[in-house]
Write a protein that binds this ligand. Structure first.
Ligand code: PBG
Length: 326
């Protein structure tokens, strides 16, 4: 079977042959576009460290959602910037909170787009942490009730999937219980299960104004050096009733995606996060890389590692490239 009998180059001779033997296919169906919603009307303001991403008011967001659905992208995930922040993140679970309004508006405008919501407190708390703070510490169990209320308020507004990103222990079962009690037993939970304490979230914290005001998130998000622990986290979330588990960030954690896929199968989501996006954009702008090719190679590698769905700020761009549209 060795050279010259087997010549691997035979099947690489032209694009038609390469297409025939290609193993991994990135598809429109794999993509989720994250969006940032703010109060006000007619707001469409670009986020400086995330070119091509915008702060959108509810009216603008509804238009954007319509366009995304028309492109064939199956879903969006919403992040909200509240009017005011307080110690317990009240707007996160307010009936007329910015995300709740956005969900209703999108659902009224487009019928065939999945609306996912990020369930967390950090954008809504004055201290910027993902949980309740007592004596300088982020408290796990008192946070669970607020997360459950947040998820329930999203479901009541019409969210199709709720996605807790806080990394408190036990949040998936707390949310599952709260949803089931109110008749939302069919609302899936996509859990940010292996979420690392990553510097790659930098631009997002500017975009969502959600940087912690003291300390960091290392007491609840995972140590980037750990891999076995990711399997325990994913296993726990699945036991608690998570329908989709997520690994985040994506590209620096392809090995984690791979291990989770081997151990548990799917569906697995991977979050190609703000810092990954910003690096791509920056190098592209400087002319140091071919941005489009690097983007598609990156997303393909995430898929090849085992991700079934990919949350990426470049979803629209990737969709255009997949469809060969200008
Ligand atoms: C909220 C949340 C964060 C991200 C998603 N949900 C920030 C964080 O945990 O610090 C990051 C997304 C990104 O960087 O693109 N907890």
């Amino acid at each position: 079977m060795y050279y010259p009998v087997f010549r691997p180059r035979r099947l690489r001779q032209n694009e038609t042959l390469r297409r025939l033997v290609r193993e991994t296919h990135l598809r429109l169906d794999d993509l989720i576009q994250p969006l940032f919603v703010v109060h006000g009307r007619g707001v469409r303001q670009e986020i400086s460290s995330m070119p091509g991403c915008f702060h959108l008011s509810v009216d603008e967001l509804a238009k954007e959602a319509k366009e995304i659905a028309a492109m064939g992208i199956p879903g969006i995930i919403l992040f909200g910037l509240p009017a005011a922040k307080d110690a317990v993140g009240s707007e996160a679970y307010a009936e007329d909170g910015v995300v709740q309004q956005a969900v209703r508006a999108v659902k009224d405008t487009v019928s065939d787009l999945l609306v996912m919501t990020d369930v967390c407190l950090c954008e809504y708390t004055s201290h910027g942490h993902c949980g309740v703070v007592e004596r300088g510490q982020v408290k796990n169990d008192p946070t669970l009730e607020l997360l459950a209320r947040t998820a329930l308020s999203h479901a009541e507004a019409g969210a199709d999937v709720v996605a807790p990103s806080d990394m408190m222990d036990g949040r998936v079962s707390a949310i599952r219980e709260a949803l089931d009690e109110e008749g939302f037993e069919d609302t899936p939970i996509m859990a940010y299960s292996a979420k690392y304490a990553s510097a790659f979230y930098g631009p997002f914290r500017e975009a969502a104004a959600a940087a912690p005001q003291f300390g960091d998130r290392r007491t609840y998000q995972m140590d980037p050096a750990n891999s076995d622990e990711a399997l325990r986290e994913v296993g726990l979330d699945l036991e608690e009733g998570a329908d989709i588990v997520m690994v985040k960030p994506a590209l620096p954690y392809l090995d984690i995606i791979w291990r989770v896929k081997q151990e548990f199968g799917g569906p697995i989501a991977a979050y190609h996060v703000s810092g990954e996006y910003a690096m791509l954009k920056a190098a592209g702008r400087l002319g140091w890389i071919d941005e489009e090719r690097v983007l598609m190679e990156t997303l393909t590698s995430i898929k090849r590692a085992g991700a079934d769905l990919i949350l990426t700020y470049a979803a629209k761009e990737a969709a255009r490239l997949l469809e060969n549209r200008p």
